[in-house]
Design a protein around this ligand. Structure first.
Ligand code: DGL
Length: 271
């Protein structure tokens, strides 16, 4: 993807997710691109994407990209792993502005880190069933063994605020126990919600494992495309937040994912 920093030094960055989980990625990007304005869309009316069909996710995602472009986005980050797995080709075929996803940057970091050549990816049904991670990793290095594990209970556990409860540890043990007996040394958190479970995941795995932080990997990828405008800015960008439905416990969830209060959220139909 070509570097667009020569055309616009501080492009407006549109970012979307199926809901509020993508705020974990926005948090890293706002830290690294403090001069850029961000437009965030959470498709809370259609959450979860993790159990939806490819056709539906392509349709929802393209409505959001159209919406973000209408609001002035110059580049789009697909923060949702499920949408990144099944809709990115469709989006890139149908839109001319740069659209980046969360899978390739995490894969590049994981391939760089693994010594045993065994990587584990955990994610939703949609992400794991698509086999996008294993196909992409093996197209880069066919010697790497990729273990993919579907962890469907993790999203509702986080949404219910149970990340520090025993139920979260039991689910992590159930899904991740097998990691202990094979040579996996690198784990990709292939879902927006999973960084919230990082302590529990670490507890459930009885060995040292390198965990890939998607936010940091995506931020690096974005730097390659838009550069970093490090000039101090007298204009403080006013970020915009949109959701397609005002969900149950919105403010509690949003501040958990972004680590700050989200004010001035607009509820809109992305169509
Ligand atoms: N944002 C989704 C993902 O990263 C998780 C929540 C959902 O299933 O929509 O896959």
């Amino acid at each position: 993807m070509k570097n667009i920093s020569s055309i616009n030094p501080t492009p407006t960055i549109g970012i979307f997710d199926s809901g509020l989980g993508g705020l974990t990625i926005l948090k890293q990007l706002q830290k690294d691109f403090s001069n850029n304005k961000f437009l965030y869309c959470g498709d809370t009316a259609h959450l979860p994407y993790g159990t939806k069909s490819q056709d539906s996710i392509e349709k929802f995602s393209s409505n959001i990209v159209n919406f973000l472009i209408s609001k002035g986005a110059d580049i789009i980050v697909v923060a949702c792993h499920s949408a990144s797995s099944v809709a990115i080709d469709y989006l890139n075929e149908n839109f001319s502005i740069p659209i980046i996803e969360v899978i390739t940057p995490s894969i590049n970091s994981a391939i760089h880190k693994t010594i045993t050549n065994q990587i584990c990816v955990i994610g939703t049904h949609t992400t794991i069933n698509s086999k996008t991670y294993s196909k992409k990793i093996q197209s880069i290095n066919s010697d790497i063994i990729v273990h993919e594990i579907n962890c469907p209970l993790f999203v509702p556990i986080v949404e219910e605020g149970l990340e520090n409860h025993d139920i979260s540890y039991m689910a992590a043990k159930l899904y991740l126990e097998s990691i202990n007996s094979i040579g996996i040394d690198t784990l990709i958190l292939g879902c927006t919600h999973y960084p919230i479970l990082i302590n529990t995941i670490n507890r459930a795995i009885d060995k040292n494992i390198f965990i890939i932080d998607t936010g940091i990997s995506v931020s690096q990828d974005l730097k390659n495309i838009i550069g970093v405008n490090s000039q101090s800015n007298t204009f403080i960008p006013k970020h915009e937040y949109y959701v397609s439905d005002m969900p149950y416990r919105f403010h509690e969830l949003a501040s958990k994912f972004l680590d700050q209060q989200v004010d001035d959220v607009r509820c809109v139909d992305f169509k």
